[in-house]
Ligand binder design. Sequence first.
Ligand code: GLN
Length: 489
Amino acid sequence: MPVNDLLQLSIAEIRAALAAGRLRAVELAEAYYAEIERGDPGIHAYLTLSRERALQQAERLDRLATAGSPLPPLAGAPLGIKDVISVRGVRATCGSRILENYIAPYDATVIERLDAAGAIFLGKLNCDEFAMGSSNENSAFGPVRNPRDPERVPGGSSGGSAAAVAARTALATLGSDTGGSIRQPAAFCGVVGVMPTYGRVSRFGLTAFGSSLDRIGPLARSVADAAAVLHVIAGRDLRDATTSSLPVPDYAAELAAWRASSAGSKPLAGIRLGVVKESWRAGLDSGVETAVRQAIARLETLGCRFIEVSLPRLDAAIAIYYILATAEASSNLARYDGVRYGYRAPDAGSLSEMYRRTRDRGFGPEVKRRILLGTYVLSAGYYDAYYRKAQQARTLLAQDFAAALAGCDALALPTTPTPAFRLGEKTGDPLAMYLADIYTVPASLAGLPGISLPCGQAGGLPVGLQLVGRHFQESLLLRLGQALESSAA
Ligand code: GLN
């Protein structure tokens, strides 16, 4: 098969081609590595390649195919993994100097499951340090460039995960989303990004940032590929007590069944979508607004009925998030003390000096800012005014979502207020950077699932439509996404 055709294959097509003997997994992995070598130096999505493990897995799958044995669901699918997720034997920097030489000693649960499902791990993807950021410019190893326009950021913190999919240097990737880090870069790079319900996917082996918010999810070129990956990684895990034991639907099979049964012109008839009226606020780019409204009109043509809903506390979401996420981060990052993980300052005269120097040199400015902020909001005297208040406000915001979702099946809103901004444009102004998360942070705080779907362009740059569903209703979001995707084709 010509290399260009190889890089176009979907997960289902790869498996079928392997089973039919038309493709070898080693050949496909090599084609992706060649593309990484050619295209990644200009993008910098990859921090580490895991070639040895990838080729071992590819050879194993080729042996299975040659023997005519049944192939696992993701057989031969070349994936990239955000560097905050542990892959045994491979460096896991989390985008931080403090973990520059840290080798993960075990597989995250998601990796274990993907491995058993026949996926191939090409390597680890660049991200903002400890997943803190919206542009990937907080990576200690340099930024990622947006493949759609290299002068612009790919979004963050899963910038490498979105850029690799857009640049076709990975078929699909895993990202993590604490306040938008899957959905926002997906929107900026023009790919599909799924943040599952909190508790749907195990966090075991994900480096903790804000433990009550963190989720792992897929980024992919198509909704079907994202669904196939989600199906494999979702489900109860005894090593993460917050995972749900609700059964996991076979998302990709559901999509295929819907596609087959929805030949009519109104495949989405009966679905009610809520348009969040507070979305149309100052700061929303007019090109983004037009593209999102057009996508909503398209869903209407496909049969969805739209109602207007309100999230009256949407404006408070950024403040709530940046109090709670930093509080949790300040606690989670206490473990990087030079004793247990990664870098240790070699030149300290005392234990406390060792801690200080290690953390001062190991952490970048944004991480330090957040540790300071988080420590402050948790300190005696400020705890009630900030942390407790933010927890209360989080509950009220979740209640707003519950009220809005009582009258409809899912919500539609922009993923981001603007298309991808220029590198360096917001680095001097943390608050402006935080405001880029206005549409993604609310669903994070409410624990709800969200998907970002490519929906046209603004000024030549990709725009994302965000759909937010009820808890554990990923199936509906994927179904809407597939319908929108095929209506665009
Ligand atoms: N941009 C947000 C932040 O900086 C979200 C990050 C994330 O989802 N990991 O915290």
